[in-house]
Design a protein around this ligand. Structure first.
Ligand SMILES: Cc1ncc(COP(=O)(O)O)c(C=O)c1O
Length: 407
């Protein structure tokens, strides 16, 4: 052999001695049951896997609030699920209206252009969500086949508060909708059937607190039927939903499924079902409100106006031109807490998804942000923020006792 093996370095010697608490825009910490499931490999076919797949679909129906049986896991990130949705419904000659409010909604444009579709982009008025009346004007200007939008734009912390109206409007114009609920599913309501969403998708690493690299997509029965009838060649083999149905519908081979990821997804969904969507959404709301309040008490300012502020990823103005990259490194190295910067905006972002929404984690991130900014010379009232959080510990305990809602 000409090329010699590199020195053997065990993972434990690469990982930090104290684990870093992930309080950024994802991935998020996973519950122990998810971590255990993610360490197992079983056969990707056979009776056991069939049972697991059908349980994932049943629980998927609950989290997406849909009766569709066309729910598939994908061995790939949320972007792969976006790609499956876009490439199923679009091809040369088809027209898509992309509601573009930032990095992730813009990804739909790239994906649609990739398959030769005709793309029209609509942009909101500054930092704001889309309004149904503006979307209506766009829908009247041309006959579109598809409309894409995100429920929450993670890059700037804005939520599309008129999503339901926009989806219903699109339907009334005969336009199919693809909804990216990547950072929002199970953190806020997104009832697929009630709102008439045609394709909804989510990644593993955010609200559902599963693992990165495995995602879940739901097609309405009617949309899946439409895709089944399409004559144009599918550009993808792995991301072809008709082929995915072989595994997810018939228990047959499509490709070797990401077994640990599927097991992890199962456990994450099981925990959501046990908690119930109502309690989980309430927990996210309480935890995120608490976080935002304590950061404001400390003296920081929210970037997004409260009216359309995304709770699952909170965007905060970066005061006094601190270099966010340096702040983040400092917090990781000295406090073992990681938050996110942003794509070109002078903000920091703190995640409130799944396991991030626990009182202990909120306390840790608030304290680390305070200490980090103080290190870079920003005067903040960290003490008041922390004592505020201590007071909420009592109400959190009361909530836990009364409703089993463990913040
Ligand atoms: C709203 C939204 N959509 C899509 C994505 C892409 O996810 P992934 O990196 O898993 O492909 C993200 C990732 O942060 C996101 O926040």
């Amino acid at each position: 052999m000409k090329i010699r093996p590199p020195e053997s370095i065990a993972l434990k010697d690469i990982l930090p001695k104290t684990p870093v608490l992930l309080m950024g825009s994802g991935p998020v910490p996973v519950p122990p049951a998810v971590a255990v499931a993610n360490s197992m490999v079983i056969s990707h076919l056979g009776e056991t896997m069939k049972k697991i797949v059908s349980r994932i679909q049943l629980m998927g129906q609950y989290v997406f609030q849909t009766n569709t049986t066309k729910i598939f896991g994908i061995a790939g990130p949320s972007s792969a699920a976006m790609e499956m949705a876009v490439t199923s419904l679009l091809w040369p000659g088809r027209k898509v209206l992309v509601l573009n409010m930032g990095t992730f909604s813009a990804r739909f444009t790239e994906l649609a252009k990739g398959v030769g579709a005709e793309v029209t982009e609509l942009f909101p008025d500054g930092l704001s969500p889309f309004r149904a009346h503006d979307v209506k004007l766009a829908l009247e200007s041309k006959q579109f086949d598809v409309l894409t939008l995100v429920q929450g734009e993670t890059s700037c912390g804005v939520k599309n508060i008129e999503l339901e109206a926009i989806v219903k409007l699109a339907k009334s114009y005969g336009v199919r909708t693809i909804v990216d609920a990547v950072c929002t599913l199970t953190t806020m309501t997104c009832p697929m059937d009630e709102w008439g969403i045609d394709i909804a998708l989510v990644g593993g690493q955010k609200g559902i607190s599963a693992i990165p690299g495995v995602s879940l997509i739901a097609f309405s029965e009617e949309t899946f039927e439409f895709i089944s009838q399409r004559q144009e060649r599918m550009p993808h083999w792995c991301l072809d939903p008709r082929r995915a149905y072989r595994f997810w519908g018939l228990g047959e081979y499509h490709y070797t499924a990401p077994v640990p990821g599927i097991l992890a997804l199962h456990e994450a969904l099981r925990l959501i079902c046990e908690e119930t969507l109502e309690k989980r959404i309430e927990r996210h709301l309480r935890s995120s409100t608490l976080l935002q309040h304590s950061l404001e008490v400390m003296g920081l300012e929210m970037y997004t106006p409260a009216e359309f502020r995304l709770n699952s990823v909170v965007a905060i103005k970066n005061p006094h031109k601190v270099i966010t990259k340096d702040l983040i490194s400092y917090m990781i190295n000295h406090h073992q807490v990681e938050i996110s910067g942003a794509f070109g905006l002078d903000i920091i972002r703190i995640g409130q998804m799944g396991e991030q929404c626990r009182l202990e984690n909120v306390k840790k991130v608030v304290s680390a942000v305070g200490a980090g900014y103080e290190h870079f010379g920003v005067k903040l009232d960290v003490q008041s923020a922390m004592s505020d959080l201590d007071k909420s510990r009592e109400s959190a305990i009361a909530l836990d006792l009364a409703y089993g809602m463990t913040l």
